[in-house]
Design a protein around this ligand. Structure first.
Ligand code: C2E
Ligand code: CA
Ligand code: CA
Length: 624
């Protein structure tokens, strides 16, 4: 009998099915459709073989013609079902996403009507040697339906080729193409029964190209990967299925943790998550996991359970940090989920709970991130200068460089809105270099120096310094613009992080040797204290504007400032008072013995050209 190819196909599919059943499954809609199509393909092959056996027996051994026709009909009905499943698998999300309601209804109706027609229409069969086939109106009906489903699948996937991956397009075309070619060959060469085998090969193509879950499995832990999470969540949002989740991050307490310990911690956590329940567990980066639940309550219970286990671990320098989201629909999509996780993964709290407020903060940070990126790209970073008055020399000898971002409509964004975020997300490095370069450009022109400016004060964050290249960008730009390092004064603030402080000191020493000077900024705020005053090799101390203004309202602040002025002078440091707005404040600061005065009393921060005009207008060269 002519059934060798079908048996091969069937054996192949059954072997693969065993593999598929053993895989760790991710229940996304496409996968369910795939499994359905796969199972139908197996049943179809069984009936393909059965129909040939029946025809053979009917022709040669008097087997019941009615039963033979029924088996033949079931076979062609399954063929149609297979076509329908293929269409669903290939186009379901396109049809849903682009709301092809008419096509959707038409496809279902056609399927039902087609199957009924096959049942009622007559079928004949024929066998002679190796040539076996059935024919008649029921078969014609099958051909028509198959052509409809194959062409709709090909048409829709081609039309939306930009919305689906290239890989999927190729796999779908290979699959449907195999069908088509096999059917044509079989049509012209009736003894080559290829269709069943081609369908089986097509299924294997789909499995290896699109549905192979091993691609979504992390090799080390056997958990799902971040890509898998992305797919899984896409499905949740697309079909509006509610979900909750939490992430757990292993935080290593020692500054350098050996790889063995890390691997052990990851492996133990992975096992613990799997023991927790049946929900899918994803490893979304080296030391972070995410588990998706149907309900917020269950997610929270499980989070507490795993937290209790983590807290109970002894002898390992690690702790666990969690982000808990009771309702995934609070976030607007997959990208937001990842942004949220990324934004809060390093928070100090043990459990960050995703609520409207945190989401808004995250969106704000995202907005600022984009603002800085586009401003850098479009060259909309502006540096303003605020003159600093030298009491002894009775003129402006310095200026503070203060950054702004110019919006496309010309309005300004002030640093308080973006510097803290840039410090957190690392953009401060590129941004700080840009600001510094602009200052160097201005100084390289030499005009400021001619107008009596001895140095420009530039704010720097400790995060801008690099371990590998101490003094890094500062000395590079000084060289590039051929500047006198004494023209540069860097303003630094206190940092709570000891590593950063160490890094800062290392850089300061190197730069001071070059001739750069430093100011301690914001003295008198929480960002600055006495320890920092004593330990930093700075030339100036800047009284914060709140401190300066407090002088006039608070007698304790007044006493502290008096004391500070004399301590600073004993230590050979100069005092700069910020935020001086009135003549009275100015007079009082001079009486206190402050060396430099900065504030709206003289000028607000102004653009470069205006600053040059300001110096000219104030006859700044008079005492040089
Ligand atoms: P800061 O270093 O303490 O800068 C002084 C701030 O006080 C400036 O605000 C300035 O415009 C404002 N100011 C000056 N005089 C007066 C006054 O008389 N009265 C009042 N009420 N305010 C006065 P700005 O420009 O908005 O800068 C805010 C902060 O942003 C700066 O505080 C600094 O910490 C940071 N920043 C500014 N530019 C840079 C920069 O280029 N790099 C870095 N890392 N931080 C910067
Ligand atoms: Ca400053
Ligand atoms: Ca300041």
């Amino acid at each position: 009998m002519n059934i060798e190819l079908q048996i091969c196909g069937l054996a192949m599919l059954i072997i693969f099915f065993i593999f598929i059943e053993h895989d760790r499954k991710l229940n996304v809609k496409n996968r369910l459709l795939f499994i359905t199509a796969f199972v139908i393909c197996i049943i179809c092959l069984i009936f393909d073989i059965a129909s040939i056996v029946c025809i053979h027996e009917a022709v040669y051994n008097g087997f019941s013609p009615i039963l033979t026709k029924i088996v033949c009909k079931i076979y062609i009905m399954l063929l149609v079902t297979q076509g329908y499943c293929g269409y669903l698998y290939g186009c379901f999300d396109i049809v849903v996403q682009f709301k092809y309601k008419a096509i959707r209804i038409f496809a279902v109706l056609l399927y039902i009507i087609g199957e009924i027609l096959i049942i009622v229409l007559p079928i004949e069969y024929y066998m002679n040697g190796r040539i076996v086939y059935s024919y008649g109106p029921a078969n014609l009906c099958t051909y028509a339906l198959a052509i409809f489903y194959i062409s709709s699948t090909l048409y829709l996937s081609l039309k939306h080729r930009r919305d689906i991956s290239h890989r999927r397009l190729v796999a779908l075309f290979t699959w449907q193409g195999l069908w088509l070619v096999a059917a044509l060959i079989q049509f012209f060469s009736k003894e080559t029964l290829l269709v069943g085998f081609a369908a089986a090969v097509g299924m294997i193509v789909l499995y290896s190209q699109l549905e192979n879950p091993n691609e979504h499995i992390d090799r080390f832990t056997g958990l799902f990967t971040q890509n898998a999470l992305s797919l899984f969540l896409q499905d949740k949002y697309k079909y509006q299925v509610p979900f909750a989740f939490y992430t757990a991050k292993i935080k290593y307490l020692a500054p350098f943790t050996e790889l063995d310990i890390k691997n052990d911690a990851v492996m133990r956590s992975a096992r613990a998550f799997l023991e927790l329940g049946n929900e899918p567990v994803f490893r979304i980066n080296d030391d972070m996991f995410c588990i998706i639940y149907d309900s917020g309550d269950r997610a929270y219970d499980k989070l507490l359970e795993i937290k209790a286990r983590a807290d109970g671990v002894t002898g390992m320098p690690v702790e666990a940090k969690f982000i808990y989201c009771p309702d995934g629909t609070l976030l607007s999509g997959v990208e937001d989920v990842f942004n949220f996780i990324h934004c809060y993964e390093d928070s100090a709290e043990d459990i960050v709970v995703c609520d409207q407020e945190l989401i808004e903060r995250m969106l704000h940070r995202r907005k600022i991130y984009n603002l800085i990126e586009t401003a850098l790209k479009d060259d909309r970073i502006r540096v303003y200068y605020q003159p600093i008055y030298n009491v002894k020399k009775n003129r402006f000898t310095s200026a503070e460089a203060l950054v702004r971002i110019e919006n496309q409509d010309g309005t300004l964004v002030y640093p308080g809105d973006f510097i803290p975020i840039a410090e957190e997300n690392g953009q401060i490095i590129t941004l700080g270099m840009k600001i510094f370069e602009k200052v160097c450009e201005l100084l390289a022109g030499g005009e400021l120096q001619k107008l009596g400016i001895e140095n420009v004060e530039v704010n720097v964050s400790a995060a801008q310094f690099d371990h590998e290249n101490p003094a890094g960008f500062v000395s590079e730009y000084i060289d590039e613009y051929n500047l006198d390092p004494a023209n540069i004064n860097l303003e630094i603030t206190e940092t709570a992080d000891n590593d950063l402080k160490h890094l800062l000191l290392l850089n300061m020493e190197k730069l001071i040797r070059l001739g750069v000077t430093f100011s301690l900024d914001d003295f008198g705020t929480g960002r600055s204290n006495l320890d920092y005053f004593v330990s930093m090799p700075a030339k100036n101390v800047k009284f914060d504007l709140g401190f300066t203004q407090g002088y006039f309202t608070n007698s304790k602040i007044r006493d502290v400032m008096k004391g500070m002025v004399s301590i600073a002078h004993d230590m050979d440091m100069k005092i700069v008072s910020e935020g001086v707005e009135t003549k009275e404040q100015y007079d009082e600061m001079v009486r206190l013995g402050v060396d430099h005065i900065q504030g709206y009393y003289f000028s607000r921060p102004i653009p470069e050209q205006e600053f040059i005009e300001f110096l000219k207008d104030s006859d700044n060269t008079r005492n040089i």
